[in-house]
Design a binder for this molecule. Structure first.
Ligand code: NAP
Length: 297
């Protein structure tokens, strides 16, 4: 990773922080995205202890806000002549349905629209930096989900504790990755996603005292953040996956996601809806041919 510019979201805690430490130790130049100055500075100091003196940049952005993501992308484009690896890792689950400042359901905004918009805005720079990689942290929680195309703001279908909604956004990560990879074919930029396993992090500790206690107990059975970050670091660094794109991984193995995640029509439909929801036309990748009717599996 020596000399590679890596931009990573959600590196102030958990899986992203563990991945950033390891990538820094391997020589990457890290830019971490944080929504709080204090948490960003603390994470940068922690990661910096592994980076042999190379500075760790902190970029402030709230990924729930599209205006903030646009400012973030502008800053990245101004500061970094190349972006070799973009890691869309930040994510959350919300037990109560809330709308973002843009009027989107919050889980959808942070977990799906933020990766979609940030990646779209950085796509030209990534292509200029090829070979480059885009990695998105998905989840096995996608397995029972379907994209509710008739209820995208989850007005009717939020479900108990937000878990069903969370699964939909993680399914969206996989569909996004598949369609992105298809559109990026031949550019030297790959797009992959992965499931980190059940990892003891800050995840789901934002949903009240009872849930915090539940997660504290569950963490006895969870992986350590370093284990959860292992496949992420491998996807960023390994020569084994330099030519692989559009795939879903678990424990460094390419695995088959759910049937809903392998539907190219749904992936194409989600892409155009996401463009509308972010007012973002992907001129860099819209010239791709239409999707095949069905994937092989
Ligand atoms: N833990 C698991 O078992 C598990 C399993 C499958 C998938 N995942 C996925 O793994 C990824 C990382 O989660 P984690 O487990 O490491 O959880 P975590 O410890 O809660 O870390 C989440 C990270 O996302 C950031 N974040 C959340 N909302 C944000 C926003 N609006 N703007 C900017 N940053 C925001 C957090 O920043 P703050 O520090 O400011 O809160 C934090 O750095 C997520 O995508 C999650 O869905 C986790």
């Amino acid at each position: 990773m020596a000399g590679k510019r890596v931009v990573i979201t959600g590196a102030t805690n958990g899986i992203g922080l563990a991945a950033a430490r390891e990538l820094a130790a391997r020589g990457a130049d890290l830019a971490i995205v944080a929504r709080s100055h204090g948490r960003g500075a603390a994470a940068a100091a922690d990661i910096g202890a592994h980076s042999e003196g190379r500075p760790v940049d902190v970029l402030l952005a709230d990924l729930a806000s599209q205006a903030s993501i646009r400012e973030l992308a502008d800053e990245i484009l101004q500061r970094y002549p190349s972006v070799d690896v973009l890691i869309n890792n930040a994510g959350a689950m919300y037990s109560t349905r809330t709308l973002s400042v843009d009027g989107m359901e919050l889980t959808w905004a942070v977990n799906h629209l933020a990766p979609f918009l940030l990646t779209s805005l950085l796509l030209e720079r990534l292509k200029q930096s090829a070979p480059a990689r885009i990695i998105t942290t998905s989840s096995g929680a996608h397995y029972r989900a379907q994209i509710p195309f008739d209820d995208l703001r989850a007005d009717r279908s939020y479900g108990r504790m937000g878990y069903a909604r969370y699964g939909e956004t993680k399914l969206a990560n996989i569909l996004f990755t598949a369609e992105l990879a298809r559109r990026l074919a031949g550019t030297g930029v790959t797009a992959n996603c992965f499931h980190p396993g059940f990892v003891g992090t800050g995840f789901n500790t934002n949903n009240g005292v009872l849930m915090r206690i539940g997660m504290w107990i569950a963490h006895r059975f969870a992986r350590r953040p370093e284990q959860g970050a292992d496949t992420l670091v491998w996807l960023a660094d390994s020569a084994e996956v330099s030519e692989v794109s559009g795939a879903y991984f678990f424990d460094r193995r390419q695995v088959r996601p759910s049937q809903a995640a392998r539907d190219p029509d749904a992936a194409a439909r989600l892409w155009s809806i996401s463009e509308e929801q972010t007012s973002q036309t992907n001129a860099a990748v819209t010239s791709a041919p239409p999707p095949p009717r069905k994937l092989a599996n």
